[in-house]
Ligand binder design. Sequence first.
Ligand SMILES: NC(=O)c1ccc[n+]([C@@H]2O[C@H](COP(=O)([O-])OP(=O)(O)OC[C@H]3O[C@@H](n4cnc5c(N)ncnc54)[C@H](OP(=O)(O)O)[C@@H]3O)[C@@H](O)[C@H]2O)c1
Length: 337
Amino acid sequence: MKKIPVIDLDNNGKILQVPCIGMGTFGSDKFTPAQVSQAVQGAIEKGYRLFDCAAIYGNEDLIGEVFAEAFGNKKIKREELIITSKVWNDMHGRGDVLISCAKTLKDLRIDYIDIYFMHWPFPNYHAPGCDGDARNPDSRPFFAEEFMDCWRQMERLYGMGLVKSLGMSNMTVPKLEAVLPLCRVKPAALEMELHPAFQQEELYNYCMDKNIRPIGFCPIGSPTRPERDKTPEDISAVKMPEIIEIARAHNIHPAVVCLKWAVQRGQIPIPFSVYENEYESNLVCMLSDPLSDEEMEKIRLADKNCRLIKGQVFLWEGASDWRALWDENGVISGWND
Ligand SMILES: NC(=O)c1ccc[n+]([C@@H]2O[C@H](COP(=O)([O-])OP(=O)(O)OC[C@H]3O[C@@H](n4cnc5c(N)ncnc54)[C@H](OP(=O)(O)O)[C@@H]3O)[C@@H](O)[C@H]2O)c1
């Protein structure tokens, strides 16, 4: 197979080369750790070189076995893979970020992480598998000082060489404005929801202007996301007429159109699938005919501004609804928004 193109990330003045597409590893409530790790094994063989992991996905130990086997068999060298992970919201406290990173390194059986993300910008968490109405009484709004306490610990990991670069996730422009001037180590990437029905143009452009590469999660519109993240208003990217029409013209699946659009736009999509035919086609489509400028424009105009991962389980007492998490009126939401 021809080589999958790579993208240069600006890692505080150094270049970090990352494949233009990777594989997600969130099994949702539907796929077991064994299914996900088996998919990672198959994906390495197909040519995937970027894997998006996280402590909260509950499968890093089994994925680590796959990595150890691949490195042990000399199928691949560690430095050929880009492995990301994320600190979960209940591990932001003093000293906890190091503990969390150490556990991930042990589970994944590696001695450094390529991009280590702060999964959410606040310490609010929910019980695994909870439903959409679940609320944690300890949840609170975003505070820049609290965020920076966690980020300073992330910076220490960077200084120790345990992580090659840092990333943020689930941020907004106002939150980035509040914290970026305070960062000693700048994030190289921002993981954010991105698909044709939710293009986040303002945040996307903001990141590109600041040399922070957007990594797009739910790039296919996450049809298998947990039930708590589904509402009747949600729009499925793969069912948008514009996407279906372009898929027909290229004789490809609408999911693949979403991925081609993502890479041509400039973000790095990290689609998930446990099915070999799906994850293989998600990768090889990077090597076939690109979408035309007209098709790219048609998709741009079809944006529905439809967020799927609303995060309502992270809301604090007194918050109006999930929009408060996303600073939709341009200022950081506080206790009574
Ligand atoms: N930073 C964060 O907060 C955050 C949040 C969410 C996700 N993520 C990351 O982003 C990754 C991707 O997001 P996601 O898993 O929610 O959503 P996704 O990649 O948009 O959707 C995954 C689903 O799409 C379908 N699919 C995949 N390839 C396909 C193909 N070629 N043809 C047809 N259907 C296809 C599969 O469903 P079927 O099984 O029905 O075929 C699969 O389960 C996650 O795994 C995780 O690593 C990060």
